[in-house]
Design a protein around this ligand. Structure first.
Ligand SMILES: Cc1ncc(COP(=O)(O)O)c(C=O)c1O
Length: 415
């Protein structure tokens, strides 16, 4: 994977032409979209898939016998097979459609956690988790009487201190849930190594792949995790849909998450029997159109090559880090080397919201805030940071433009 080349200028131009939204002016300036960790833009093929579905095939899935329902059901199930291939799951039965990473993690916390985590057990997380991989575990721990523990982060450099991992994985730890790529630090965690250690200790693992699945090859068998959750909207797909991968042996240990249509095989007034896996975990009418369009997003990313997207992210992340570090008074977060395409920083004492508001007036879309990493921010002694995050369609020229605007902000605020 490390050998893949970043994109040439001509390749990026071609990629950019696939994204209609990028070609516009914002406040009189060409749009420079650097808020990809929040959500990515969508290529024309994904937009077309949505329009085509609603124009030609719209019907409910699984329950119909008519032509449109068959088309919708086939396309919906085809995405399941595609997602299994995208993640190298053993079978498409290990793929559950969710509303996103948040719902995937909540599904595991409720469906697996309530059956398998007991009073006195320990749930291990890291100090860099997004709220969606923290709050569900706090809620579960409170409900069953379990405790939480955290793999520490080493200050501004933002890497995990794994020296005590073996100790932390000892009983009573039952579950280890970890982020693959940090949305505020750009750190790429060695999840395969972390999962291998957990497996040796008999601890079940979950990987939050919200920031990684669309940015690099993600192979659940190579990582060796029990569960992995992702969001379609961060990887060129529509909002409101996600994938939860679960190893079949763990899915068999789970109760349904929600009750309703589709997740049952037989219903009586007083008792019901569940549908087979994975349908047991998909109650009610699913997000059919968005699941179908997610297929196009996965095809799009793989046609381009996720190894090449990773190389591009790495190159742009390193370039942005280098240019940012030359700004006077800047405080940068996250590792110097081996980072993903996410950079977080503070411009002396200019508030992140002022940075983002000013940049917006110049057409540059950044994000400022706690990035749903409040405990991490507190640990770093800050309330917020500004963040520039990149994706396959961003260019060095856009990094240069962002730096130019940041320098202007420094001048304006007399930093
Ligand atoms: C690392 C990480 N995990 C989880 C999430 C939650 O994703 P979603 O809001 O799509 O459920 C995000 C979103 O920013 C994230 O960056």
């Amino acid at each position: 994977m490390d050998k893949a080349a970043p994109f040439s200028d001509a390749e990026i131009e071609k990629i950019r032409s696939d994204f209609p939204i990028l070609h516009q002016q914002v406040h009189g300036h060409p749009l420079v979209y650097l808020d990809n960790a929040a959500t990515s833009q969508k290529p024309r093929v994904v937009i077309d898939a949505l329009v085509n579905y609603y124009t030609r095939d719209n019907a409910n899935v699984h329950r119909g016998i008519h032509e449109l329902s068959n088309r919708a059901s086939n396309a919906y199930e085809a995405t399941r097979g595609r997602a299994a291939k995208f993640l190298n799951a053993r079978t498409s039965d290990e793929i559950i459609f969710t509303g996103g990473t948040t719902e995937g993690i909540n599904l595991v916390a409720a469906g697996w956690g309530l059956n398998n985590i007991n009073a006195g057990d320990r749930i291990l997380l890291t100090e860099m988790e997004h709220h969606s991989n923290l709050v569900p575990w706090q809620m579960l721990a409170e409900r069953v009487g379990a405790t939480l523990a955290f793999v520490p982060v080493t200050g501004d450099e933002g890497v995990l201190d794994l020296s005590t991992l073996e100790e932390l994985l000892k009983p009573p730890t039952r579950l280890f849930s970890m982020v693959h790529i940090s949305n505020s630090l750009g750190t790429v965690n060695p999840v395969a190594e972390m999962c291998a250690k957990a497996r040796q200790a008999g601890v079940v693992t979950i990987v939050d792949a919200a920031q990684s699945a669309g940015h690099r090859p993600v192979d659940v068998q190579e990582i060796g995790c029990d569960f992995l959750a992702l969001s379609s909207h961060k990887m060129c797909g529509p909002t409101g849909v996600g994938v939860l991968y679960g190893r079949m042996d763990q899915l068999k240990r789970m109760s349904p998450y929600q009750g309703g249509g589709d997740m049952i095989s037989d219903v009586d007034y007083l008792k019901s029997a569940w549908n087979k896996i994975p349908y047991k975990f998909e109650a009610g009418t699913p997000n059919i159109a968005d699941v179908i369009a997610l297929h196009s997003a996965m095809d799009y990313l793989d046609q381009i090559g996720r190894d090449r997207i990773a190389a591009h992210d790495r190159e742009l992340g390193a370039y942005a880090y280098e240019r940012l570090s030359a700004l006077p008074g800047i405080r940068l977060f996250g590792p110097k080397h081996g980072r993903a395409g996410v950079t977080s920083f503070l411009l002396a004492d200019v508030h992140a919201h002022d940075v983002v508001t000013f940049a917006d007036q110049r057409g540059v879309a950044l994000r400022g805030g706690h990035h749903c990493n409040q405990p991490l921010m507190k640990k770093l002694g800050v309330s917020s940071t500004s963040r520039a995050s990149f994706y396959l369609y961003n260019t060095r020229a856009e990094v240069d433009r962002a730096i130019e605007v940041l320098a202007e902000i420094q001048k304006f605020f007399a930093v």
